[in-house]
Design a protein around this ligand. Structure first.
Ligand code: SAH
Ligand code: SF4
Ligand code: F3S
Length: 440
């Protein structure tokens, strides 16, 4: 039997790391149906846009990209255009109404049905949260590209309902994948050359499930089980909620050498009034105490966070409280966003902060956070760190990889190859990377 000519699939991914993971899984599901990935949209038989709904700008990007696809679709009417991800979930059929060139719309919990949809054997719009687990219907992990690092979704959805956020609506209720499935997927990845795995979840530290010993496990225990896999050298996880930072997870940071000294722990604001209005369910002081406990377990850990500027009702005092919290913690890097009202969320009807005021606050946050980022990087100079090489650098003989602390490090290493995990002395700090020298 001769195999049919492969069809070409182009995927564009917006939004968070979970979307990056989902795009890989969709590519693998479509590969089982004869599609190969292409980097060239103009050559594609199918274009899939995996979208993000978190802020208005992110969601609007979909429509400008679809507008740009009109000439290609006019030229080749058989080109299939699919919309996946969180905008697909939030807007469903509204997308095909507004943009008739779209053939398929699939939500983040239903993308195991994408191959059938592309064959015309399933409805063109699937956004219900199906009763079955999509992971049970997806092919086992195949390496679409060989990289020493990989994402692995362990938890999805969110029950926290922060007043500004669409995720509980687009991703649905919190669900943890069973530990045995996660361990199998991790072993599959390691067998394909992966040495570092980042566990993903909208509230990844809320992961829980029955372990191999029949007991209830939390993320800390899962990490210890993963650390027993030979050939898996580094473990990371994102994104966490402060209220789900369990004792055994904090302990794992001190006890498990494969768990990297880096933690993304969004706090959003340093004002108790704003935290309450956001429905974050903790105070600034509780966050600071949590940071103290984490640093006691792992003194060299680098911390990062997310902040929102101009949340409805935020005053200058509230804003100063956020700057104060940032000063007190000292973040290695952090993301700050101007508040964007999202349809259907509780905060959407509240009176907004004057846009120019929100802009000014955002700039102030960003200036402080980039100063801290520079300082954190400069503090690495002279230190010895592990670096996992991910690709060749700009200069001949140079490699680039991530340090234990997730900094990009350039190293002269003419004998090295991608996937080598080496010890490096940091020599210098550039704006967005470090330079290091091979030890040994
Ligand atoms: N689950 C994570 C992150 C979710 S979204 C958490 O609990 O923190 C990533 C970040 O986007 C959030 O941390 C928040 O800072 C930002 N964000 C979410 N909704 C937003 C909105 N409506 N406007 C501005 N920023 C928003
Ligand atoms: Fe959104 Fe809050 Fe859930 Fe994070 S915890 S995904 S910010 S609702
Ligand atoms: Fe965006 Fe959905 Fe991720 S809204 S940030 S793609 S969970």
């Amino acid at each position: 039997m001769t195999s049919p000519t492969p069809k070409r699939l182009f995927i564009k991914t917006y939004g968070c790391q979970m979307n990056v993971y989902d795009s890989q899984r969709m590519a693998e599901a479509m590969a089982a149906d004869g599609y190969v990935l292409t980097e060239d949209q103009a050559q594609a038989d199918m274009v899939l846009l995996n979208t993000c709904h978190i802020r208005e700008k992110a969601a609007e990007k979909l429509y400008s990209d679809l507008g740009r696809l009109k000439p290609l679709k006019a030229e080749r009417p058989d080109l299939k255009i699919g919309v996946a991800g969180c905008v697909a979930q939030a807007e469903g059929e509204e997308i095909t109404r507004r943009m008739p060139l779209v053939d398929l719309v699939v939500g983040p919990q239903a993308y195991h049905r994408l191959p059938a949809m592309a064959r015309g054997e399933a409805p063109a719009v699937v956004t219900e949260f199906p009763a079955e687990d999509k992971f049970d219907h997806l092919p086992a992990r195949a390496a679409t590209r060989r990289t020493p690092t990989a994402f692995l979704t362990v938890q999805e959805g969110c029950d926290k309902f922060c007043a500004f956020c669409v995720v509980p609506y687009t991703r649905g209720a919190e669900v943890s994948r069973p530990a045995p499935r996660i361990l199998t997927e991790a072993r599959d990845l390691v067998a394909r050359g992966v040495r570092e795995i980042t566990l993903l979840g909208q509230n990844v530290n809320g992961w829980h499930g029955e372990g191999a010993d029949g007991r209830e496990w939390g993320l800390g225990r899962l990490i210890r089980a993963l650390a027993e896999i030979d050939g898996l050298d580094r473990i990371r996880y994102a994104t966490s909620h402060p209220n789900d930072m369990a004792d055994d997870l904090i302990e794992a940071h001190g006890a498990e050498p494969k768990l990297m000294p880096y933690l993304h722990l969004p706090v959003q604001s340093g004002s108790d009034r704003v935290l309450k209005a956001m429905n974050r369910k903790h105070t600034a002081e509780q966050y600071l105490r949590l940071i103290d406990r984490i640093r006691a377990a792992r003194p060299d850990i680098l911390l990062t966070s997310d902040f929102i500027a101009g949340f409805p009702g935020e005053t200058d005092d509230d804003h100063r409280a956020t700057l104060d919290l940032i000063e007190r913690v000292g973040f290695a890097t952090a993301f700050s966003f101007k508040y964007s009202p999202r349809p259907g969320t509780p905060a959407a009807d509240r009176a907004e902060v004057e846009p120019s005021v929100a802009d000014a606050r955002l700039h102030e946050l960003q200036a402080l956070l980039s100063r801290q980022q520079r300082e954190a990087q400069e503090s690495m100079v002279g230190r010895e760190v592990g670096v996992l090489f991910e690709k060749p650098g700009r200069e001949p003989g140079q490699m680039v990889g991530k340090s234990d602390y997730l900094h990009s490090v350039f190293v002269d290493a003419p004998q090295a190859k991608v996937g080598d995990l080496v010890r490096v002395r940091i020599l210098a700090s550039a704006p967005n990377s470090l330079q290091g020298q091979l030890l040994q």
